[in-house]
Design a binder for this molecule. Sequence first.
Ligand code: ZN
Length: 524
Amino acid sequence: MVFWADKIVNEIEKKLSKTIMQKAPLLVRDEKTLSGRVHIGSMRGVAIHGIVNDVLNERGISSEFQYELNDFDAMDDIPSYLDKNEYEKYLGVQLYKIPSPDGSAENFAEYFGREFVQVIKDAGFDARFYRLSEVYKSGKMDEAIEKAILNKDKIREIYKRVSGSEKPEDWLPVQVVCQNCGKISTTKAISFDGKEVTYVCKEDQVKWAKGCGHKGKTSPFKGGASLPWKVEWAAKFYALGVDVEGAGKDHSTKGGARDVANAIAKEVYGIKPPFDIPYEFFLVGGAKMSSSKGRGSSAKEISEMLPKEIFRTLLLAKRPMQTIDFNPEGDTIPNLFDLHDSLAEDYWSSVESDTVILFGLIYKNNPPEKMFLPRFSTVAYLVQMPHVSLVEEFEKIKEDKLTEAEKYELQKRVKYAQSWLEKYAPEKYIFKIRQNLPNISLTDIQKSALGELLKFIENNKSYTGEQMHAKLHEIKKESGIDPREFFSAIYRIILDKDSGPKAGWFLSVLDRDFLINRLKEAIK
Ligand SMILES: [Zn+2]
């Protein structure tokens, strides 16, 4: 199989062959509106564009990944974690003009932008960041704005034909900033004289913000106005010269925003729309959670749950049209570590496949030397056992000493496992050794089987997981106890749960004296 990013770049080479010969570098673009804490879903676009850009460059096709921090849109909703009373007055005002929460950043957009930019950088994706306010203010959008206003009828017709949405006949595709109250969402453009837009700031232009009633005339250029977003999308393709730009599934439906933008790009701006890469959602716990909702779904929070290489595995392993479902409260995290480790095995044994390429990209073509990787779920289990040396336990599993690199890897996984157990891990991964014998009643046959187990432990100073496993089977057979009853007795007296990790191994890592005392107490 061809790795997904290679497949996409193959197509880009075919479709953009002429551009590739004439233009250097190509522009690969993606963006995020900074209306609050950025949801992890936005990392999907970053990863797809970032990797496609890397693969282009690896093939000697000069290309640059530019990431837009959209600070020019207006605030249209107040995130739930901010004070409604404090921000209500900014509804309808552009994000770069709103003060930063806690005053630590230059403005509202920068506050959330810097956190997201750090996540992108820490995850190892290389992008050149720019702000949309700078693009508008520089005059780079002016020609596109003028063309949009002059082609208002054509744009109206495109909206209707492509997406079925009707705009009033007097509609102008431009929105100016009110010179009186500073809001942008509340204004309605009335006419354009070639230089200035006459507008009125209406009380009821939108439901969520109130205009001031001011009537005026102002220039739409150099940051004085913005375009409606589907028109703006096409205008960016045109003004910036975008060659490759994907979009999430929500925008990629037939008649959706991308179709409208593409039609405007072709028919109004006379350009070929960028090469598209439609991609599926990134769900958190099965839901397409919005960034205003909170716990466990922001890019920062999720990136902090995982070491860099596992975060990149999460972002890169699936093809763009596969949904990513990340559930920190389920099996996702242990499964991701397992996936990473199996990719590593393939890579180190040089199995020729797309997984080898994927593993290389996860490590930005600088993968670690072959080593023993401690399984995450085992680490997560062992860190909960008191008095257990993880190094010793993994040396038993490896059947050899751990190298320095392996010890370092183990330490790293211990840190992530502890934090996962503390904050998110589901009940089935939590094994809390009970300090005292839980309040349970055992049957006679359970007591007698546990008595046999006690004898074995008393008679042996040490035992491996396998020896313990064999002994448990022997006891089971000789006593005739129902296996479920036997194992649940073991887990009950130690964990106060009906199930747990593999019993032989579980018992072998518990402190021997503790185990003797607990068994004695339980069969009394
Ligand atoms: Zn106003």
